[in-house]
Design a binder for this molecule. Sequence first.
Ligand code: AMP
Ligand code: MN
Ligand code: MN
Ligand code: MN
Length: 275
Amino acid sequence: MPVSYDLHTHSTCSDGTLPPASLIEYAAERGVGCIALTDHDSIDGLDAAAARARDLGIGFVTGVEISTIWAGHTIHVVGLGIDPACTELCQGLSALQRQRSERAERIKQRLAERNIRLGACVDEIAGDAAPTRTHFAHALVRLGHAKNLKQAFKRYLAIGKPGHIHTEWIPMATAIEWIVGAGGIAVLAHPLRYRLARSARVRLIEAFAAGGGGAIEVQTRSTTGAQIEDIAACAERYSLLASTGSDYHGPEQRWNDLGRLPALPSMLKPVWHDW
Ligand code: AMP
Ligand code: MN
Ligand code: MN
Ligand code: MN
């Protein structure tokens, strides 16, 4: 059997709900042969995850998912195979985490103006992680303002809603530089999940490759055959390697599990081809 790869996952070190070691245990249970932990703007979980993967004999790749801006849009860039000791990367991620904490205070204020007082609930849910909108969604559900995470986003946190604040993350090109500087490969995350027309998406992919990006996620959750063909064609056109990742956030998101993604189209070179 070929090794099954899942190179995009989250733990409690960002907005996932399983601690890093438990995530690895669950991946092993699900038959994942090689996993990357890619928390939002954080590498805090990598040591614990790597240690558990070693114990269980499953492949582990260091990772991170960096929040960036390209042409005014928030774009996520995954870094794989990064050296977690790289100073420039660590300093850059610390700055993004401070930006997350500041943004969280502004989101709390905006919601309080609408009489939604989340108080310390968000911080309690986030724990040691830098706050994300997902933590707000959990708090909104816990305090009865929404019946589930999806509704919390739809009502309060999605683009255009009071809890969404445009954030000037770092330029996409800077994140690519950090990742490459830390010895990793930059992967454009979930290219179909941005609010971009097809032509703009092609420009994004072109800019990503021109900036030193090395791969693109072709298999992600809820992509159809036609969408995969389209991204596969872009990967070939811009000589990007292909990656596979579920973007798993924990068992609460029942629509998204680990170790379920189909194989990559055979004409593409996978990001793991020379690992
Ligand atoms: P942030 O980086 O803090 O803006 O939060 C982005 C995170 O929110 C993403 O990584 C997703 O995990 C989550 N998210 C965004 N939109 C939705 C949605 N409609 N339903 C559930 N989770 C979402
Ligand atoms: Mn997330
Ligand atoms: Mn993402
Ligand atoms: Mn993600």
